[in-house]
Design a binder for this molecule. Structure first.
Ligand code: NAD
Length: 378
């Protein structure tokens, strides 16, 4: 069983899908590991450390030659996987609903045509036994933390209240919209920095979590369609009445905030628009908004992916791949997710992983030359 670890090709991708630690663990399972030279450099993992862990280092062709499993952070296109074994698995974040270079349906069709069995790690079901395999959680947690540091870096004032001989500096007011994994970490990070934090979500279950982190919940009450829980613990789309009430509540709250972090996502759909241009204009100059959903269409009107734009003195931060801005930790957690996944299914007799139906059906996009995932064929 040969496992190939590729150097990421997507622009701006700094992460790597295996670290020397997980290489060692895969070898202990009986696998042979091939790492493309330089794969870990942008995440601070040197070739020599992979070699010391037992991997062979080589160019892309040597890495892929006869590989049974290919690990990636983002899915490379099928043409760049030539040389892998027939029916090889590709385990990565494959972004089949995305557009442009790093995802999309055409890319999935390419895997099918090339006979690759493509496994979309971001489709991992939200069940207890798969928690340790969940790349969305591990990466969102880091993105939530980094979003607050990015906001602090752009903000021309301090976060904590400071009483000095020259006078008092007041605490920053931080509002977190969307309290999933990223939002919870953003709340905790802003609190640690000494900000006054409030937060909102469409799922009422998050109220308790917001309170437990010492922040103030800001919630729409008594409106039809209030319970925003969709399937699998994710949010669903909200009723028009709810959206109107939410917009009104947000308008009055947002004008008093210094920092807003938005994290709201709806799986398989564009991100919900939470902040309008008018609401941005209601904030005082020097305020900062970080849109963590910018690559999914954006929660904030005027946010631009990959840029920090200033509108009426308000900075809107739209960094791409925020987890990748903490490349070493993001890679370590992503790699462990991949190891936890493959090792959980490792069959000692055959020396290969065998997926069960619950997880296999959820994440498998292609097999035997066909697109097989229900989310893509429905
Ligand atoms: P997500 O990234 O899909 O979305 C981020 C947050 O935005 C969610 O809390 C969502 O409710 C919220 N949101 C969506 N539309 C909104 C709107 N219009 N206004 C305000 N907020 C909006 O969410 P996530 O981080 O993946 O977490 C979703 C849930 O799944 C959480 O309860 C989390 O704890 C749970 N979860 C479970 C597992 C597991 O069991 N394996 C793993 C990860 C997360």
């Amino acid at each position: 069983m040969k496992i190939a670890v590729l150097k990421e090709q997507a622009a701006g991708e700094s992460r790597v899908a295996a670290t020397p630690e997980t290489v060692k663990k895969f070898i202990a399972l009986g696998a042979e590991l091939a790492v493309e030279a330089g794969a870990g450099v942008s995440a601070s993992y040197a070739d020599a450390d992979y070699a010391a862990a037992g991997a062979s280092l080589g160019d892309r062709a040597a890495t892929l030659a006869g590989a049974d499993i290919i690990l990636g952070v983002q899915g490379p296109d099928a043409a760049s996987l030539a040389g892998a074994a027939p029916g090889a698995w590709l385990a990565a974040s494959l972004n089949p609903f995305g557009a442009g270079e790093n995802g999309g349906r055409a890319r999935v069709d390419g895997y099918a045509a090339a006979g690759i069995e493509a496994l979309a790690m971001e489709f991992m079901p939200r069940i207890t036994r798969a928690q340790s395999m969940d790349i969305l959680s591990s990466q969102s947690n880091l993105a939530g933390y980094k979003s607050v540091l990015d906001a602090a870096a752009e903000y021309g004032r301090a976060f904590p209240m400071m009483m000095t001989a020259a006078g008092t500096v007041s605490a920053a007011r931080v509002f977190v919209m969307g309290v999933g994994v990223a939002g919870l970490q953003a709340i905790a990070t802003a609190r640690r920095l000494g900000a006054q934090v409030s937060a909102t979500d469409v799922r009422s279950a998050t109220k308790e979590q917001i309170l437990s982190l010492g922040a103030k919940p800001v919630f729409v009450e008594n409106v039809a369609g209030i319970e925003g829980e969709g399937s699998g613990g994710y949010a669903g789309e909200m009723s028009p009445e709810y959206q109107a009430a939410q917009a009104e509540l947000v308008s009055s709250h947002i004008a008093k905030q210094d920092i807003v972090i938005t994290t709201a996502l709806i799986p398989g759909r564009p991100a919900p628009r939470l902040i309008s241009e008018r609401q941005v204009a209601s904030m005082r100059p020097g305020s900062v908004i970080v849109d963590l959903a910018v690559e999914a269409g954006g929660n904030v009107e005027g946010a631009v992916a990959g840029e920090v734009v200033t509108v009426n003195g308000v900075k809107i931060v739209g960094h791409r791949n925020v987890a990748g801005r903490l490349a070493a930790d993001a890679s370590a957690l992503f790699s462990r997710n991949l190891f936890n996944f493959l090792s959980a299914f490792w069959d000692k007799e055959t020396g290969k992983p065998l997926l069960d139906d619950e997880i296999g059906d959820a994440i498998r996009l292609t097999k035997g030359g066909k697109v097989v995932n229900a989310r893509l064929t429905a």
